[in-house]
Design a protein around this ligand. Structure first.
Ligand SMILES: *Cc1c(COP(=O)(O)O)cnc(C)c1O
Length: 235
């Protein structure tokens, strides 16, 4: 890319265009897909550039990093998401500070979020993270376990479950990730309509820099994109 063109604003436009095209290919309304800029390790000045270019959703992984960024950028026109692994002892500081926690990966964590949300007098929006590949290195509910856990999750009145999230195993091509995205969509459908009061399955948080167009074709309502917006993190 021409150095002059390779700005955050240009990348934001590019990713938004890709999302629009993928949604149209699938006969979906592009506005039903929200682009969450995965902003771990990205300094606040660069986040400001992204927000100026039209980013409305920011997703952070680590509480210690996120809190100063939230203080500096504020919440005006910016919706903050928590997308990283969440330890139970940090739940108290996360509840109420992030619109949606995408990474609820166990019943014990869900119960702690419920407890802290109750204490804070609010309902916390969350997504349930699913371990589609059965990877031992990753957290998340086993797809086959979720059905049996729904009644217990539905008891948690201060938890507002909106859907599912997944980080599929790494694949060679974006197309190779399609079966995982489809599986998440079908799982959400299978979990819908069991008489739950506090659970709905409208949201699907799936797709990252290398495969978000495929995720959108398969029904993603949130894509979490870092590298394609901010460049490599050098991790
Ligand atoms: C970093 C991260 C992303 C974005 O990954 P990229 O490949 O940089 O787009 C998405 N989701 C989660 C949970 C992440 O930690």
């Amino acid at each position: 890319m021409d150095a002059g063109q390779d700005t955050i604003a240009a990348r934001v436009r590019l990713v938004m265009d890709e999302i629009r095209r993928a949604a149209e290919r699938a006969g979906r309304t592009p506005e039903t897909v929200r682009l969450v800029a995965a902003s771990k390790t990205v300094p606040v000045e660069r986040l400001r550039e992204a927000v100026d270019a039209g980013i409305r959703h920011l997703g952070e992984n680590r509480l210690q990093e996120a809190l100063p960024k939230i203080d500096q950028l504020g919440r005006d026109g910016v919706v903050w998401h928590f997308i990283g692994t969440l330890q139970r002892r940090k739940v108290k500081s996360v509840v109420g500070r992030f619109e949606t926690i995408h990474s609820v990966d166990s019943l014990a964590l869900a119960e702690e979020i419920d407890r802290q949300a109750k204490a804070a007098g609010l309902r916390q929006r969350v997504l349930l993270e699913v371990n589609l590949g059965g990877e031992l290195s990753k957290g998340g509910f086993a797809p086959s376990a979720l059905g049996d856990l729904l009644p217990a999750l539905d008891e948690l009145a201060h938890l507002d479950v909106r859907g599912l999230m997944a980080i599929p195993p790494p694949t060679m091509t974006a197309e190779d990730a399609r079966p995982y995205f489809r599986q998440l969509r079908e799982l959400a459908q299978a979990l819908t309509g069991h008489g739950c009061r506090n659970i709905n399955m409208q949201e699907l948080s799936m797709g990252m820099s290398h495969d978000y167009p495929v995720a959108v074709e398969e029904g993603a309502t949130y894509v979490r994109v870092g590298t394609a917006l901010f460049g490599a993190r050098g991790e």
